[in-house]
Design a protein around this ligand. Structure first.
Ligand SMILES: [Zn+2]
Length: 60
């Protein structure tokens, strides 16, 4: 789990929108861009180049 403080200050690097935390695997998702950003050892990788497409089934 990521700290709520960290989650609250993180924004999508593309649209600057709010991110949603995902679990199993832990990732940060932007519903607007339909991208997910991986989190390694609690460190979010916010590089757009490394983002993965958000699966439709995981969209909220
Ligand atoms: Zn976005």
């Amino acid at each position: 789990m990521m700290s709520p403080e960290l989650l609250s200050i993180l924004r999508c690097p593309k649209c600057k929108g709010l991110l949603h935390e995902q679990t199993a695997p832990v990732a940060l998702a932007c519903p607007a861009c339909k991208l997910t950003f991986s989190v390694d050892d609690g460190i979010p990788n916010m590089l757009i180049e490394d983002a993965r497409p958000l699966a439709e089934s995981a969209a909220q």
